[in-house]
Design a binder for this molecule. Structure first.
Ligand code: SAM
Length: 377
């Protein structure tokens, strides 16, 4: 559901500057005639209208099938049908692995991983948890780019929303996937999405998460009411979160949850320094202690020509939080609270460069997403 303008500009590119009859035939054969119940009709109607206007304005011939389909939509769809506030649609996110990713354990043979997600057209529905936010796209690209960082790790996500990150964690074979959200309707939608992607689920509140490795746990966890004894049951190796730093009122509770989950275990070292060749080294590694499997795995997964990162040898959990900074004051408040809670926050987006697996998704503001690592000091 990219904006119709984006699709038309792609169609123009395919036709060498105009939407030729050949390109229209492709659109009809591969997209619209196969849409049958799969796509949101008001969206298709708007796309057809715009593409016909585009072709006509260039003085080209419009394919009969496109006219007929638009007429069908105009007569069968009343205008108020398109205005349904909480309409749900299915979105298909295709992660396209470039040639040099073939060796990655996360790369399917077809080099394409398609995730199906039911989302709301209303971004505020389910306390914003029924839409896909850009940070979860970046976090998913990161997980798929560095699968060995997450495989065999117990992973816990806060504010999981539609569940995309959890589906990627299950794909790279995290040993345990625990997803959580404070909103019950988001939780219900998340469970449906996991099942749409052939994952078994278990919904829980305060019970211990399932030990069954095949099961993704969906946990109702509002940060405000999360108790230490409840959090103690999770004990993850890695904590994840996407687009969760935005509401100033929730920040103290969010930081409290992060601090508790991160406080298990002790860090040996987590300080990064830039060496002369631009490679980042932790102090432990500079002293010759390059024995972390995380470090090796991350190195292997990085695109060859991208900035590299060597991971510190550490014990204890680590959090990866992807975030778009929409309000600097809110973000700074988060940093101040994290500091008070003895959490070290580092922006690693320039050090950890995930593969661009969504090159076609023009509405995804990839460069505006930051990736933070958080550790207990
Ligand atoms: C902007 S959405 C991001 C959803 C998803 N992580 C993504 O990036 O697509 C924020 C998510 O955090 C959840 N959330 C917000 N405040 C929360 C709170 N106080 N406790 C638990 N979850 C909360 C919302 O329900 C929602 O799912």
């Amino acid at each position: 559901m990219e904006s119709p303008h984006v699709l038309i500009s792609l169609a123009r590119d395919c036709g060498g500057g105009s939407v030729t009859v050949g390109v229209q035939r492709f659109i009809w054969d591969y997209c619209i005639s196969k849409a049958d119940g799969k796509f949101y009709v008001p969206y298709l109607k708007s796309f057809l209208k715009k593409i016909i206007v585009e072709v006509e304005s260039q003085g080209f011939e419009v394919l009969d099938e496109l006219y007929e389909q638009l007429t069908f939509y105009m007569t069968s769809l009343k205008d108020d049908d398109s205005a349904k506030e909480n309409s749900r649609v299915l979105k298909y996110i295709s992660f396209l692995f470039p040639d040099d990713c073939r060796e990655l354990p996360s790369c399917p043979e077809t080099r394409k991983l398609v995730v199906t997600l039911q989302c709301s057209l209303n971004t505020l529905e389910g306390d914003t948890g029924c839409s896909i936010w850009p940070s979860s796209l970046l976090l998913s690209e990161f997980i798929l780019s560095c699968p060995e960082m997450f495989s065999s790790k117990s992973c816990f996500e806060i504010g999981s929303g539609v569940g995309l990150v959890g589906i990627c964690l299950a794909h790279v074979k995290a040993s345990k996937v625990m997803l959580s959200d404070g909103d019950l309707s988001s939780l219900e939608n998340m469970k449906l999405n996991l099942e749409l992607n052939q994952l078994s689920t278990r919904v829980g509140t305060s019970e211990r998460p399932s030990e069954d490795l095949e099961v993704v746990n969906c946990i109702h966890l509002p940060w405000e009411s999360a108790t230490d004894s409840e959090l103690q049951d999770f004990m993850p190796d890695i904590i994840l979160g996407a687009d969760v730093i935005y509401d100033p009122l929730c920040l103290p509770h969010l930081v409290k949850v992060l601090a508790f989950l991160l406080s298990r275990g002790k860090l040996l070292s987590h300080v990064y320094n830039r060496s002369s060749n631009g490679v980042l080294l932790s102090s432990a590694q500079k002293n010759g202690a390059k024995n972390s499997s995380d470090s090796d795995n991350l190195d292997k997964a990085m695109p060859k020509d991208s900035p590299n990162v060597e991971y510190a040898s550490k014990k204890g959990p680590l959090a990866f939080i992807a975030s778009v900074i929409r309000n600097v004051d809110t973000f700074n408040r988060f940093l101040a609270l994290a500091d008070e809670a003895n959490l070290g926050v580092e922006d690693v987006i320039e050090k950890i460069v995930p593969f661009n697996l969504l090159p076609y998704l023009q509405s995804y503001p990839r460069s505006s997403v930051r990736l933070l690592t958080i550790m207990h000091l």
